[in-house]
Unconditional design. Structure first.
Length: 271
């Protein structure tokens, strides 16, 4: 199929960064049959993300949210050796809180990932990387635009009631986030820290985004939900150093993986 795509073509320009982590006929296979090169967008993305590894300034803070451990674990593991601080929020944080022995009740949690979370927490300690989990959380029994909520101080040992879910970070956690952002020179953000699509659970992600927006650090943002949050809360794209168009592609790049749609490019010697 890739050979068919290349028929009657002279060159291939890869300019879909959101797909370069996939070894498809139209992203990687075609490069075996045509002189190939980066387009302007892919070049911009590659250079911006590469700066994290070549020009990063310390302190470096990684903010990771979202729901699933599997999609973010590689980035966390890679950045334990690179970051000074890793903030973990969203459903992802529930898994880590559970691994530390906190009962998250009816919250989204991956119980089978507890041993992995424990190993990450131990590795972070050995590398002097500070992992920050929520110290207080917004909980509710319902997920709706008019849900009744309350704040639970998890650090102080307060407990959730049966059927309650953790759906956002609380005000004390937001204060901690703000302080860390003020003292960071490089910030990478991927994933919301709460169920921000619903107003009762939007404050954490909104305030996090504002704190990053107002930071003087080099700021890199990626992932569809994070970009959606920027737009939803009226944050200015121009106040961020780089907003990536790739979710999975950005994550795999930050993991240190080779991206097939980039590594396969063969530039014609006459270009």
């Amino acid at each position: 199929f890739a050979r068919d795509l290349a028929q009657e073509m002279d060159f291939f320009v890869e300019d879909a960064f959101g797909c370069v982590h996939r070894a498809h006929a139209s992203t990687e296979g075609i490069t075996h049959f045509l002189p190939s090169m980066m387009g302007f967008l892919v070049e911009k993305e590659f250079e911006a993300l590469q700066r994290i590894f070549t020009e990063r300034k310390k302190p470096l803070t990684l903010v990771i949210g979202g729901a699933k451990v599997d999609t973010k674990i590689g980035v966390i593991q890679n950045f334990i050796k690179l970051a000074d601080t890793i903030l973990i929020g969203g459903g992802l944080a529930n898994t880590f809180m559970n691994a530390k022995g906190y009962d998250v009740k009816d919250s989204l949690v991956e119980l089978d990932k507890a041993p992995l979370a424990q190993r990450i927490l131990q590795a972070a300690g050995e590398e002097s990387c500070r992992i920050v989990l929520p110290t207080d959380v917004v909980v509710s029994k319902d997920i709706s635009a008019d849900a009744q909520t309350r704040i639970v101080n998890s650090k102080a040992g307060e407990q959730l009631d049966d059927n309650e879910k953790i759906l956002d970070v609380g005000p004390k956690t937001i204060e901690i986030y703000n302080e860390i952002m003020k003292n960071s020179e490089t910030i990478i953000w991927n994933g919301p820290v709460g169920l921000f699509e619903f107003a009762p659970f939007a404050t954490g992600t909104k305030e996090l985004g504002k704190s990053i927006e107002e930071s003087n650090a080099m700021t890199i943002v990626g992932g569809g939900d994070s970009v959606d949050a920027i737009h939803r809360f009226g944050l200015k794209e121009s106040h961020f150093s780089h907003i990536s168009t790739g979710g999975g592609a950005m994550l795999e790049f930050l993991e240190g993986k080779m991206l097939p749609g980039i590594s396969s490019l063969r530039v014609h010697p006459e270009l």
